[in-house]
Ligand binder design. Structure first.
Ligand SMILES: Cc1ncc(COP(=O)(O)O)c(C=O)c1O
Length: 384
């Protein structure tokens, strides 16, 4: 008896593995300050919780159409038309149990055995693993000048086997948001070579400067871009598992076939909650302002320590500081932070081999962030 061959190269989620270790230390009574988490520490807004509750009490607890309830698909399409400049109708939209699932369906629907997928790094680790399951080959393209896209590097990586590019802006782990110029240049590469692009826009609303621009709104790529987004980050709904994708009808129809034979449909009452979340009065601004305060605080403190270098990123809730000044590589520093400082952070290694960076999430309270800074300062003074 052996596992399927496709499982042999598949790695465990590095970020979830750290979480397991943190949980086991916490179970031993150790007070860990968690800076590794990828989820808002806020409660889901009350209007959303009440909508789910109402739906359950009204008996909306059965299977729904596999691609999602029509009114939610319509509301998402309307949001994508009015806010993102995409030409989306109901048939272009699928609702999924989390955006991760949408990404998985999209990769499985598009990538054949041996086809190449360009992933600009640093990148969220699941993209690489999803392509691996599909039998594809990842071409990682490191950034140029800070965390900007290496447009020339991407252009040069394209060959006859290239099928897909996956981008994520604002980005996990760097918080970097690609400029209009970078996105335009990328859209031109996609249009010239007829490449699909998955644009993961899950941090769209967690943006501190400038306007979010969707890749699918650039000319010439309307039938090539699959836009993925969800409710986890914007509405603090990570545990509800609801996201969506929008794209060409045939791609969405293929993704829906995968959904029919796996999840069947997203959770019924969660879809009603998602519909409520999209209403304009759902409070989002306060959360983003609080994230901005924490970003500014943490960037200032890390730079003051001397061993870290970080520019305030434009979005998401992560910092990806350069740790060269600590004299350690990312795995060693993260172990030290966890074992001796009782602070969890994620090694830059996990995002495409960035051993000179660590990912710090500031989705934690100001009090905890201040305490983390104190612990880090004490630890580094002892070590350096
Ligand atoms: C870049 C990125 N995409 C997608 C996801 C998945 O989000 P969800 O499946 O909760 O919608 C995450 C979550 O951490 C993420 O950071």
């Amino acid at each position: 008896m052996s596992l399927a061959a496709r499982m042999l190269n598949l790695k465990e989620s590095g970020t979830l593995k750290i979480l397991d270790k943190v949980k086991s230390m916490q179970a031993r009574g150790i007070d860990i300050i968690q800076l590794d988490v990828g989820e808002p520490d806020f409660d889901t807004p009350r209007n959303i919780v009440e909508a789910a509750h109402r739906a359950m009490l009204e008996g909306f607890t059965h299977y729904t159409p596999s691609a999602g309830i029509p009114e939610l698909r319509d509301a998402v399409a309307e949001k994508l038309r009015s806010e993102n400049g995409l030409d989306a109708r109901r048939e272009n939209v699928i609702i999924t149990p989390g955006s991760k699932q949408a990404l998985f369906y999209a990769v499985m629907s598009l990538v054949d055995e041996g086809e190449e997928v360009i992933v600009p790094t640093p990148a969220w680790p699941s993209y690489v693993e999803m392509v691996t399951v599909a039998g594809g080959v990842v071409r990682e393209i490191p950034p140029k000048g800070g965390f900007s896209l290496d447009i020339e590097g991407i252009r040069e990586a394209v060959n006859e086997r290239t099928k897909l590019i996956i981008i994520n802006s604002p980005n996990n782990p760097t918080g970097h948001a690609y400029s209009e110029g970078e996105l335009r240049a990328l859209s031109e590469i996609a249009a010239d070579h007829r490449l699909f692009v998955i644009s993961d826009e899950i941090y769209e609303k967690i943006l501190y400067e400038g306007e979010h621009r969707s890749l699918g709104s650039f000319p010439g790529v309307g039938d090539l871009v699959i836009t993925v987004n969800g409710f986890s980050k914007t509405y603090a709904m990570t545990g509800w598992r609801v996201g969506y994708a929008s794209g060409p009808r045939d791609v969405i129809a293929a993704m829906n076939k995968l959904q029919q034979h796996s999840a069947s449909c997203p959770v019924s009452f969660v879809q009603k909650a998602a519909l409520e979340a999209l209403k304009p009065d759902t409070p989002v601004r306060q959360m983003v302002e609080e994230f901005r305060r924490r970003r500014d605080f943490l960037c200032g403190e890390l730079n003051r320590m001397g061993a870290f270098r970080v520019d305030p990123p434009k979005g998401a809730f992560y910092l990806f500081p350069d740790i060269t000044g600590t004299g350690m590589e990312s795995v060693e520093l993260c172990s030290l932070l966890l074992e001796e400082g009782h602070i969890s952070a994620t090694p830059g290694e996990a995002f495409g081999g960035f051993s000179r960076n660590i990912r710090i999430s500031y989705a934690n309270s100001m009090d905890r962030l201040s305490a983390a800074v104190e612990r880090m300062r004490a630890l580094l003074e002892k070590r350096l």
